[in-house]
Design a protein around this ligand. Structure first.
Ligand SMILES: CC(C)(COP(=O)(O)OP(=O)(O)OC[C@H]1O[C@@H](n2cnc3c(N)ncnc32)[C@H](O)[C@@H]1OP(=O)(O)O)[C@@H](O)C(=O)NCCC(=O)NCCS
Length: 161
């Protein structure tokens, strides 16, 4: 659990994530997204040779996993497939650490552009991406189904690396 007080995001360590971390990622994904990705589908993504993914770890021994980012690299482009921070740990700079970490890894792998897609009504994510420097590149109307509600547009964003 968070201590609820000031927290310095430099105390977050980013741990490279492979298939062995699928359960941690699936646990957080289930907390944050509906419908969630299964552990099996997360493992398949993390096992892909193009996968570039990190866990955000906090605390002493053992550390606790409070966030994740999953991305894929292809030629000189990279795409963020999903990112999330546990609810108790949001608003402390951890999402930004994850996005900047994966952007740096993509840059080192010689990617030139980082892409992602976000629901137009996801204010926290839109603000995070805007602050990191992503720019809007397009809109997919009605892309995200919302059970019992109107579909929501997807905004496509990109960051020059
Ligand atoms: C989106 C998400 C990953 C952000 O993670 P976070 O750790 O809370 O974000 P941070 O604390 O690093 O904030 C990063 C920036 O965004 C801004 N921000 C974050 N949440 C915000 C909110 N709810 N409203 C306005 N601004 C917000 C912060 O002010 C911060 O700006 P700064 O770095 O200039 O100070 C997190 O809210 C989350 O997991 N949401 C559920 C899953 C999700 O929607 N994932 C994205 C799918 S595309």
């Amino acid at each position: 659990m968070s201590d609820g007080g000031a927290f310095d995001p430099k105390y977050v360590s980013l741990l490279w994530a492979g298939p062995d971390q699928a359960a941690e990622v699936a646990r957080l994904h289930t907390e944050l997204f509906s419908p969630p990705w299964s552990e099996e589908s997360v493992r398949t993504l993390l096992d892909h040779p193009a996968s570039t993914a990190f866990l955000a770890m906090v605390g002493g021994v053992p550390k606790t996993c409070v966030g994740f980012v999953l991305a894929q690299l292809a030629a000189d482009e990279a795409e963020i497939l999903s990112v999330g921070v546990a609810k108790d740990w949001q608003g402390k700079g951890i999402g930004r650490r994850l996005i900047e970490g994966v952007a740096r890894a993509a840059q080192r792998a010689e990617a030139k552009t980082l892409f992602l897609e976000v629901a137009a009504d996801n204010d926290a994510a839109m603000e995070l991406y805007r602050r990191v420097g992503f720019l809007g590149t397009g809109l997919r109307r009605g892309y995200y189904a919302r059970p019992g509600g109107e579909p929501v547009d997807a905004v496509t964003l990109s960051l020059k690396l």
